[in-house]
Design a protein around this ligand. Structure first.
Ligand code: ARG
Ligand code: ZN
Length: 856
């Protein structure tokens, strides 16, 4: 029986509130005993007490010290019901749980030398019986008891208040969190870990003890994470006036973690991949990712923890806002103009496809079966984009004021997206109703632009339309701020007098289905530029000529739009190659790139982006029905054409990696150049890449060289990969890179090659990073081998295997199979068949929900 959906409309305030939680967690070798003592107060008459409780054995239950008889309560597989309870009472429960057997990595589970917790969204009810919902906020006192030699470190939220030794080599620690919190922010860690300490003094003088807990041997790899945390703490004070509010900030790095990280109050838990970094083990992109996730989890302390979500439909209230804050932080801490390009790239490669597929949902969804399926690019990244548009219209100062008003008004409470919008409205001049539609409506709006040039006047007509999505056939218009400029054909920007429809000289706001603007008189037909800084998460549909795009690449000052113009040109060139031989468009593209190479922007990181080909997904999105073989073949051809035309500058830039040239930007460009050169297959390029992969001490350059070699099938590739495998064998994070390189290179007999990886002594289904390194890389980055009907069937069998132990990760990894309707035959039919086989099996609610939506 499939689990019934939860509906947003059905929300009811909690029937019972719990002011105090006292937990006693007794860790034994075979199992863990959890005793809970809850102070409960009824909010409405005549309602039974319902406690969520999963994967546990109830040993005792008492109200106000009186043990309940079996007839007084009912236990099912996911809850405990007590029909008759007083108005105000103490509930005591004792349960036994099995962290060692927990493969789902929700609740309390083992990861390497520790036991740790993941409670968002519903892990707490795998630890102790509790109303597992975010609008029940309580103060926690937690006592942990364990064997001292095995578990020397005992941590929970808040401040340590007591600790000591016990008989038989055991010890205990007591932690108290002064802030009331929802149970999803509870955390506990017990293990044998090293602690690296530091200190931060808040601007009002509160000293904060920082502690990073990592596996022994990794102490030297946390400097960057700690420095990032301190920068984030300072930035939040400077930008939002928000200070940290506890005496301790602890971060624990876990080897096994389903997601990126978790913002538990005062005790963040992290996937080790987002904490550990050193130049010889992490790429420059990894460094960026660590800073982003460290910042993200820190910013949650206000947006998420001090003010939390009323229910899980409001998830974007904390996630969208925290992603925006993380983006603002990272943009501020970087000199280069590429931060926004990276954000847009992520949004387009991940969120746009979701919004156009069977699992499309609004940023504030209306229903879910498994909430873990809604930690999506839509809730996170599109949620952040909505706020960015609000910020653009309110102005940055007013937006900050609105955030502060919201935090002040709802401090210590569980709030809604509506509450946030109302706070923004109360500080600004603007009615934000249109943005309420952004939150409730799925799908990416398309802005189609038509223009006309007559008698020296330039007229623009803009039409917006959002395509139908599952369950939402009819769409309403939304407010769309569109950055705007006009260029003279010689590249000079034209001054625009105040015109109806322009909110500012450089901003159009389209609010209805259509709008018209008129400019001029001009002497020559101008070239328009739209969406500066990607001012709205929409698709722009304007029929640029290759020449116009080439003009914008040099005329535009906005790094995003410069990149966008080259990307468009590359997409047009790719389409030309799908249809046949290189022609006029490829010609314009190559000239444009040559001109860029001869006259490069100061910002070398930007240059690296300008030279990079669009990802295969981006190219595929442009096809009416996706033919993966054609997409891959034309992409490869385009890469060869560009590599041949620019081999001069590429050879110079590729060498930058060898001459000890330092700096993130130069390394990025060197890697892009080396990739083009290696694709040419000359032995000079392959040897350069091999030597760099085997000898460089900089991991960015090593991985860049391996990536360049990986698609070549050369002997140099084989040598370099084998050498890396050997030297990375004791470092799980680098070994993941090796697995992923291998999974991306599989070709020929797919089943046999994949089986070799799965049979590797270092492969394990129990570690999400390792599983993602193989299945994730194969499903999303190896188009050649994955997009075959027999591979889809094989992939489905692997998902089923994984679903038996870790439904959350299995569900996420199902994404490459879901959009079968978009694919031409035989691919679409093959994906569909694979989904049908899955749907005939007993699936978890997680994977089951994804498969059902895909087939609906
Ligand atoms: N709140 C976390 C973050 O964005 C994500 C945790 C999600 N975990 C999960 N199992 N759904 O930082
Ligand atoms: Zn988050």
């Amino acid at each position: 029986m499939p689990r019934p959906a939860v509906l947003r409309e059905a929300y009811q305030a909690p029937a019972f509130l719990i002011s105090q939680v006292a937990l006693d967690v007794e860790i034994r070798d075979e199992h863990t005993v959890v005793r809970a003592d809850l102070n409960i107060e009824r909010q409405r008459p005549d309602i039974p007490l319902l406690l969520d409780a999963r994967h546990m054995r109830l040993q005792a239950i008492a109200i106000d010290d009186r043990r309940l008889r079996a007839a007084e309560y009912e236990v099912s597989s996911d809850r405990i019901e007590i029909a008759d309870v007083p108005q105000r009472f103490r509930l005591a429960t004792t349960v036994v749980i099995d962290p060692e057997g927990n493969r789902a990595l929700e609740g309390l589970y083992r990861s390497g030398p520790m036991l740790c917790t993941q409670c968002e969204a519903h892990g707490f009810s795998r630890i102790t019986p509790f109303p597992d919902r975010p609008d029940v906020l309580s103060r926690y006192r937690v006592r942990i008891e364990a064997h001292r030699a095995t578990y020397p470190v005992l941590l929970s939220n808040g401040n340590p208040v007591e600790s000591g030794d016990l008989p038989e080599g055991r010890h205990f620690a007591v932690w108290e969190d002064p802030y009331a919190k929802p149970c999803y922010l509870f955390a506990l860690v017990a293990g044998d870990l090293s602690c690296v300490e530091d200190e931060f003094v808040t601007r009002s003088g509160r000293p904060v003890r920082i502690g990073f807990y990592v596996d022994h041997g990794n102490e030297s790899r946390v400097d960057h994470a700690i420095a990032s945390l301190k920068r984030a703490m300072r930035w939040d004070e400077d930008h939002y006036g928000l200070e940290y509010d506890l005496d301790r900030y602890m971060v624990v790095a876990a080897r096994d973690f389903n997601m990126g990280a978790m913002e538990n109050k005062g005790l963040n838990l992290f996937n080790a991949a987002y904490v550990l970094a050193s130049p010889d083990t992490a790429t420059d992109d990894d460094y960026e990712a660590v800073e982003a996730v460290i910042g993200h989890e820190y910013f949650h302390n206000w947006t998420g923890n001090r003010v939390t979500c009323r229910d899980w439909f409001q998830l974007s209230l904390k996630e969208g806002l925290t992603v925006l804050r993380e983006q603002q932080f990272r943009t501020a801490s970087r000199a280069s103009g590429v931060a926004r390009i990276e954000q847009v790239q992520t949004l387009r490669a991940q969120q746009f496809p979701e919004d156009a597929g069977p699992t499309a949902h609004s940023v504030r969804p209306d229903r879910y079966v498994e909430i873990n399926n809604f930690y999506t690019p839509t809730v996170y990244e599109k949620g952040a984009e909505i706020l960015r548009m609000i910020e653009a219209l309110q102005g940055p100062g007013t937006f900050v004021e609105g955030v502060r008003r919201y935090l002040h008004e709802f401090d210590g409470q569980a709030a809604t997206i509506e509450d946030f919008l109302a706070a923004q409205e109360s500080v600004g001049q603007r009615n934000l109703d249109g943005f309420r539609t952004w939150y409730s409506q799925a799908g990416t709006p398309v802005v189609r632009v038509e223009d006309e040039w007559r008698d020296g006047h330039y007229r623009l007509r803009l039409y917006q339309q959002t395509p139908p999505t599952p369950g939402q056939p009819v769409k309403r218009p939304v407010p769309i701020p569109i950055g705007f400029a006009l260029y003279d054909p010689n590249g000079a920007e034209l001054e625009l007098p105040p015109t109806q429809g322009l909110v500012r000289e450089d901003l159009i706001l389209i609010e209805d289905e259509a709008m018209e603007l008129s400019f001029g008189p001009f002497e020559r037909r101008p070239v328009p530029a739209f969406l500066h800084g990607f001012s709205a998460p929409v698709r722009l549909d304007y029929a640029y000529t290759p020449q116009q795009l080439a003009l914008l690449v040099t005329a535009e000052a906005d790094p995003f739009l410069r990149w966008e113009s080259v990307q468009e040109l590359m997409i047009l060139a790719h389409a030309e190659l799908v249809d046949g031989e290189p022609g006029a468009i490829v010609g314009v593209l190559l000239e444009t790139l040559q001109r860029l190479a001869a006259n490069p922007p100061e910002d070398r990181a930007l240059l690296a982006w300008l030279m990079s080909l669009p990802a295969l997904t981006m190219l595929a999105e442009r096809q009416a029905r996706i033919d993966p073989e054609a997409v891959v073949a034309a992409h490869q051809r385009l890469k060869l054409e560009i590599g041949a035309a620019l081999c001069g500058p590429f050879s110079v830039w590729a060498e930058w990696g060898s001459t000890g040239e330092r700096g993130v930007d130069r390394r990025a460009l060197s890697n892009v150049a080396l990739d083009y050169l290696a694709a040419q297959g000359t032995s000079a390029a392959l040897e350069l890449a091999r030597k760099r992969a085997m000898n460089s001490h900089n991991f960015t350059l090593v991985l860049g060289a391996l990536n360049a070699l990986n698609g070549t099938g050369s002997s140099q590739r084989a040598l370099a990969l084998a050498a890396c495998r050997e030297s990375w064998r004791d470092d799980p994070l680098r070994l993941d890179r090796w697995f992923s390189l291998e999974a991306r290179a599989i070709d020929g007999d797919v089943a046999a090659s994949l089986q070799i990886l799965l049979d590797d002594s270092a492969f394990t289904w129990a570690n999400p990073n390792r599983v993602r390194a193989v299945l994730g890389a194969f499903g999303t980055q190896n188009w050649r081998a994955f997009h075959r009907p027999e591979s889809y069937a094989l992939y489905a069998r692997l998902l089923l295997r994984l679903d038996g132990t870790n439904p959350q990760v299995a569900s996420r990894l199902s994404k490459p199979l879901l959009r079968w309707r978009r694919y031409a035959e035989p691919w679409g039919g093959g994906m569909h068949d694979a989904l049908m086989t899955l749907s005939a099996e007993r699936l978890s609610p997680d994977l089951g929900e994804m498969v059902t939506r895909a087939l609906d």
